[in-house]
Design a protein. Sequence first.
Length: 304
Amino acid sequence: MTIKQLKVYSPASIANLGPGFDVFGVALDGLGDKVSVKRVSEPGVRVIMKGYEADQIPVKAQLNSAGAVMEAALSRLSEPGGVVMEIEKGIPPGKGMGSSGASAAGAAVAAVKLLGLTLPQRELVKLAAQGEAAVAGSAHADNVSASLLGGFILVGDGYDVMRMDIPDIGFVVVVPDVRYENKTKMARELLPKTVNLKDAVRNIGYASRMAAAVAMKDPVMFGRSICDSVIEPYRAGMIPNFHLVKLAALQAGAYGCSISGGGPSVFAVGEEPAELGKAMIEAFGDTPAEAYITRPTNLGTRVV
Ligand code: HSE
């Protein structure tokens, strides 16, 4: 039977996790987008946005991470007709919690099921990453892979993604009330073209320890591996009081703390995420901030 409509849920994610720029990602529990899709006879993709700050997100398909994915998927078909998609945002957009990536991952899974496509994992990740390319100007796959597959992911060349279950530990993501136009694009433009060897070696060390910690199911070593000498120094300036916020998290008992994806959110990992969140909000000072207490999830995008 041909599926005419369906709905999927796709979790939020944190990319980079400190040392793994564009490589590491983790899916988050309790925060996600829902993508409902329906096959229609009118050609093209019509996007309807609902939910959290939905008015901030363009509905023109090429400018919407989910819409762009669905357009790319539809272009693989020879049959006429189009798709209406409704995206219910549960993830604040433009804050570094993988909001565009979750919608793109949701659209990719929904498209495959709705249009009857058969794609190997690598092609599915590539399809979802086209959504990031549409909104961020780069087809990075760390957020989309975490949202698609759940758990802890490592992105390799050519969208070759490895996935591992992640051990349970408290996470807090603190979202300051600061806004940037085209945030991810801007955050990427802040980065240098070359990297100092000493900093690269330090990041490789922490990234290796983090991957080992996940494989060894050691959440404490995972948290203590959140250290980044390559990207964080260049992006810290886009986050008010970043260094104080990080210090507050570490003094409150965090194992590690860094920028969540492209920022401006800051995440910390520890046993008492609510306490960490309180300390971090205080350290943001005059900038209002909101804390999301969460945990990693091993579940990725699924039909609901
Ligand atoms: N790896 C990407 C970046 C994630 O840091 O630019 C963006 O959410």
